[in-house]
Design a protein around this ligand. Structure first.
Ligand code: AQP
Length: 332
């Protein structure tokens, strides 16, 4: 059985991009066909300027939303990264295998360091070394597959490189994983700027649909989405990014094909209206379940406690093996 690992950072309220690009597939497909672990990767939220209370709140909310989106603790392991010390134990070892140059080439590092400086802050060292921690998240569990949106495939490629390098230098220790992006909605774009990803830590509120947005807020955001200067509804990501984004969202929500859906509509207004309703319908059960789970925080805590225990037991043998292989003495 394939092992699957993926995670979500508590850097902001979860978005439609997180859901369509990752979470929905974890619940609908991955947890049923594989030995799967899903994680709130809270340590990654400390790589940029952060408010401790907000990270705590978002971590709890993120875990609740993972369960609300359909993850079933009977089928998969749901936990919080910082509850399992193996992640940081392994990440240091991987930093000793990675190079400064390959870390600096990461697109997210380049983009986020520019953003941190533009906000008047300084760039944390952990933002640079973040991919080593992400590699540790994946390699500690011997994951074969990492279901992520498009924006994370470069980090998974680096994880593969580190695993192969470590295995060649120190003996076979890690499974070499691969990214498995979704067929549709691998990169949901910002509704106000369809050339940028819909990102949860972005500042541009109206362009981002949050999972917990009320139906009328969703409708308003989708109806105000920036479209393109043409008239006809065609799927062309390069020339018509705004319309293409709406078609992708609609296709992802209704199970259709974005290019085929393009031929169905004669006006942008009709496309927006159907897209808005499709998004509202997709979010409705998640929001309802979220409300129920919020009323039962003890259940959510129990899931995370059991998940951490299971995750620790799964990760420890691989991390111990990596320590031995790289030349560290057995603990006395
Ligand atoms: N816009 C998106 N379209 C498709 N997939 C997306 N993902 C994120 N945004 C989109 C996928 O969601 C999973 C969890 O993402 P993350 O928490 O690791 O954060 P991220 O990839 O860095 O995306 P965000 O939401 O934009 O966070 P910030 O703003 O903090 O960087 C991943 O599988 C991701 O691919």
């Amino acid at each position: 059985m394939a092992r699957v690992f993926s995670g979500i950072k508590p850097t902001g309220h979860l978005t439609l991009g997180n859901y369509l690009g990752a979470m929905r597939r974890w619940a609908d497909v991955d947890q049923h066909r594989s030995d799967a672990l899903f994680c709130i990767v809270d340590l990654h939220a400390l790589t940029v300027d952060h408010d401790p209370a907000r990270v705590r709140r978002l971590s709890r909310q993120g875990a609740t939303l993972l369960l609300a989106s359909g993850l079933d603790p009977e089928l998969c392991t749901v936990f919080v990264q910082s509850h399992v010390g193996e992640h940081t134990r392994l990440s240091y070892v991987l930093e000793c295998v990675a190079t400064d140059g390959e870390m600096r080439r990461m697109i997210q590092y380049k983009e986020k360091s520019v953003r941190e400086r533009a906000r008047g802050g300084s760039v944390r060292l952990s933002l640079l070394t973040y991919p080593a921690l992400m590699a540790a998240d994946i390699l500690a569990y011997g994951a074969d597959e990492v279901p992520v949106g498009d924006d994370q495939t470069q980090h998974v490629e680096l994880t593969r490189d580190l695993a192969v390098r470590f295995n060649q230098r120190y003996g076979h220790t890690f499974v070499v994983p691969r990214a498995t992006p979704p067929a549709v909605a691998a990169r949901v774009m910002n509704l106000q700027d369809p050339t940028s990803k819909m990102g949860k830590s972005d500042d541009s509120g109206p362009g981002i649909v949050y999972l917990l947005d009320e139906p009328d807020v969703v409708r308003k955001k989708v109806m105000r989405a920036v479209t393109d200067s043409g008239q006809d509804v065609v799927y062309d990501r390069e020339a018509r990014p705004g319309v293409a984004n709406l078609l992708e969202i609609l296709a992802a929500c209704t199970g259709g094909n974005p290019a085929a859906l393009g031929g169905v509509y004669e006006s942008y207004g009709a496309l927006k209206k159907d897209t808005a309703e499709a998004v509202v319908e997709v979010l409705r059960p998640v929001q309802a379940r979220h409300k129920e789970l919020c009323a039962d925080p003890v259940y959510v805590e129990g899931v995370l406690r059991d998940g951490a225990e299971k995750a620790r037991a799964m990760a420890r043998p691989t991390v111990d093996a990596a320590y031995r292989a790289i030349g560290l003495l057995e603990p006395v």
